[in-house]
Design a protein around this ligand. Structure first.
Ligand code: XMP
Length: 477
């Protein structure tokens, strides 16, 4: 090794190495705002993003997280069709006017209508003729006790109350109430179906005031893509607002080429990553024009074995500082999402102070009720399964293999295990947001911009690391 290499080594600091120094504060907890930006175009009410992993984010997680003000990124360890199906579900979950309406033909049987309603979890289907004109509506009440072999046309309501897409939320509520109906089809001047308003969606809208939505009122949806799969990116583009590159080491000529092609072909915002160094950020930001966000951190994930297998990596805090430095030097406003190794609200505060705008978490969200997979009871406690996308378990499905470099395809870069069950997303988010706001209070910051300006880090000594956590008490079992 050359002398230069020995003496210019970077210190790869990680979350556990640092504390935020308390500063003069005048902010009351109620005045503290943790709104943030996840891409150049989209903001979040809470800077929390779930990892695209098949033990973390499918539609249930994405829906619930967006309702609470964060963002779910759907995993890609499945077929393109399955990924699109999940994204459609997120988009349909609640919106003032649903544009993707499930419909039926008049000559279908009641049995088919029942099956469709069960499959898509809806309680009514507009009935369209061959010209796609609305000719009726069949609801759960119409078919509940009807003979399975009857035709839809025999049981549907033919005089349908409709509105146009000019209708306001209040007008829609008045119409639904006046006619004691639960569904209001939206038609154009030729009688073609353009959408559907349902009472359920109107009620949900009031229930989640923090929800993050697109400009049609639908929940924001993120989805993982590979730089080498343009087809999937194009298919998801119709539904996902944000496409998230999902490779372990994005600083690579092939990834740049693939990403450039994808960005030229989609309208969604594209977050690229993962990157971990100053040089990678300079290259990415200066060579790829349309980057809307950066995903940052290599090897810190709780299920990662990359740095054990390869002795390569960039811990998330170090990576965030490096990328933020490069980004500031370039005058870039592209938001940074810190990814991997985040264990609690304190780590989130540190990542945001270091320059991130949002934090991506796998471990924390894998333990929530809304993550895929069942609860597992072990020695009187509940757990959920959690594994890395480079682990043997994830690699069985084979769709995410290209996250990792060619030579290591046969080598696991992730491990499998269980995480403690944490309850619902809502409980977990409340705890994370509360802790983050408290951290801002200590620093004396009212929002995340002020946090970045005012935060000062101190490096802990090994003795400090021990002292700055609960110690010298016995905790009862
Ligand atoms: P946490 O710490 O929240 O980290 O569990 C989640 C992040 O880890 C990354 N990831 C992996 N990294 N091998 C890796 O080296 C893997 O098998 C693996 N699976 C996920 C990913 O960035 C995720 O968001």
């Amino acid at each position: 090794m050359s002398f230069w290499k020995e003496t210019n080594m970077d210190t790869l600091i990680t979350f556990n190495d640092v504390l935020l120094l308390p500063g003069l504060s005048s902010a009351e907890p109620k005045d503290i705002n943790i709104n943030s930006r996840i891409t150049l175009r989209f903001s979040l009410v809470l800077p929390f993003v779930s990892s695209p992993m098949d033990t973390v984010t499918e539609e249930e997680m994405a829906i619930e997280l967006a309702r609470q003000g964060g963002l779910g990124v759907l995993h890609r360890n499945c077929t393109k069709e399955e990924a699109v199906h999940m994204a459609r579900k997120v988009k349909r979950a609640e919106s003032f006017i649903i544009s993707e309406v499930f419909t039926i033909r008049p000559d279908e049987t009641v049995k088919n209508a029942t099956e469709l309603m069960n499959q898509y979890n809806v309680h009514g289907l507009p009935v369209l003729n061959d010209d796609e004109n609305l000719i009726g509506i069949v609801t759960w009440r119409d078919i509940r006790f009807a003979d399975d072999n009857l035709k839809v046309t025999d049981v549907m309501t033919k005089d349908v109350i409709t509105a146009t897409d000019e209708v306001s939320l209040d007008e829609a509520k008045t119409i639904l109430h006046k006619h004691r109906i639960e569904k209001l089809p939206i038609v154009d001047s030729n009688g073609k179906l353009n959408g559907l308003i349902t009472i359920k969606d109107i009620l949900l809208k009031g229930k989640y005031p923090n929800a993050v939505r697109d400009n049609e009122g639908r929940l924001l949806c993120g989805a993982a893509i590979s730089p080498f799969d343009l087809d999937r990116a194009k298919a998801l583009d119709k539904y996902a607002d944000i496409l998230v590159m999902d490779v372990a080491h994005f600083h690579n000529e092939n990834c740049f080429r693939g990403a450039r092609e994808i960005m030229n072909n989609v309208s969604a915002d594209v977050i690229v990553g993962n990157i971990g160094t100053y040089e990678a950020a300079i290259d990415t930001l200066s060579r790829l024009e349309d980057v809307a966000g950066l995903r940052v951190g290599i090897g810190s994930g709780s299920i990662c074995s990359t740095s054990m297998v390869t002795r390569a990596g960039a811990p998330t805090l170090f990576a965030t500082l490096q990328v933020a430095k490069a980004s500031t030097e370039l005058g870039s406003k592209v938001p940074i999402c810190s990814d991997g190794g985040i264990k609690n609200s304190g780590d989130i505060a540190v990542a945001l102070a270091a320059g991130a705008s949002a934090c991506m978490m796998g471990n924390i969200f894998a333990g929530c009720r809304e993550s895929p997979g069942r609860l597992i009871a072990l020695e009187g406690k509940y757990y959920k399964q959690y594994y890395g996308m480079g682990s043997i378990a994830a690699r069985k499905a084979r769709f995410s293999l290209d996250r990792y470099s060619q030579p290591s395809k046969d080598i696991a870069e992730g491990v499998e295990g269980f995480v403690p069950y944490r309850g619902t997303i809502s409980d977990v988010i409340t705890e994370l947001a509360g802790g983050l706001k408290a951290a801002l209070g200590y620093v004396g910051a009212r929002d995340l911009d002020e946090l970045k300006q005012k935060a000062k880090f101190g490096i802990l000594t090994p003795a400090g690391m021990q002292e700055m956590q609960p110690h010298d008490i016995i905790t009862p079992k």
